[in-house]
Design a protein. Structure first.
Length: 253
């Protein structure tokens, strides 16, 4: 099987396409394993769909399914376009619903990709834990968000406790002097901090915007310090940034 390895601002994925959906939990664990496999935060499998440009399966590195992955959606859009599986402007089906994405400034190895996420849903705005107030927002997958003065320290143990109490990803974020946003994310299913998390950055942006701590259309900087561009059109959050195909290889599956 021909597979590709992608990095979306440090959140990295193995991607291939097949003719049908299957249970690939074990394959995801094998391919994503940092020592024994290729190494990635997730596995994405593109399969045909009769109505949309394609459908995908998304697996975290521990083999668990997730409905949505913001960075994965951008990497997958570049992969689909460059493998003639979708046009430059595409719509594909995920577990969270239909995602619209657009590839620009394209080359076979990298490109700029914008994804429009499914409408954000606020589940709770007043979760008190360790003296901090967390919001729980679903941006395709559930995210806990704490808005604080800085993100220099990220208490991974506290994040892990919250991840299991709420079965959600856990984010801390802070507003920069120029009105942009720093975000750090503990990802469910990776069970550690990742270098970027698209749905997490989007959930943090949404809380900060609703609380009038940031304007619309800002820059967001994840742990990797790359720059992502986020905006809200009243219905959905758009999320744009560069993705890179780091390599392709044949892999016996
Ligand atoms: N770990 C997440 C899925 C991947 C989300 C993240 N990689 C993104 O870019 O949105 C979960 O199980 O809810």
């Amino acid at each position: 099987m021909r597979i590709a390895k992608y990095s979306a601002n440090g959140n990295d994925f193995v991607i291939f396409h097949d003719d049908s959906k299957k249970e690939r939990n074990e394959l995801a664990r094998e391919l994503c394993h940092r020592q024994d496999g290729i190494g990635a935060d997730g596995l994405i499998v593109v399969v045909p769909h009769e109505k949309y440009d394609f459908e995908w399966e998304f697996y975290n590195s521990d083999g668990s399914h997730a409905d949505m992955c913001g960075n994965g959606s951008r990497a997958c859009a570049h992969y689909a376009y460059n493998n003639d599986l979708a046009p430059q402007k595409m719509s594909f089906l995920t577990g969270a619903g239909v995602i619209n994405a657009e590839v620009s400034d394209n080359s076979p190895k990298e490109g700029m990709v914008l994804s429009e996420l499914t409408p954000p849903e606020i589940i709770d705005q007043a979760i008190e834990y360790n003296g901090k107030t967390w919001w729980l927002i679903n941006t395709g997958v559930p995210h806990l968000i704490c808005l604080q003065d800085d993100v220099e320290e990220f208490d991974i143990e506290e994040a892990r406790e919250l991840r299991f109490i709420y079965n959600a990803n856990v984010n801390i974020c802070s507003v920069t002097e120029d009105g942009n946003l720093n975000v750090r994310t503990y990802e469910r299913g990776v069970e550690d901090e990742t270098l970027a998390c698209g749905t997490g950055m989007s959930a943090c942006f949404y809380r900060a915007y609703l609380e009038e701590k940031v304007q619309n259309n800002i820059e967001v900087y994840p742990t990797s310090k790359d720059t992502l561009y986020l905006g809200y059109n009243g219905q959905t959050i758009t999320f744009k940034g560069r993705v890179k195909k780091t390599f392709e290889t044949d892999w016996e599956i």
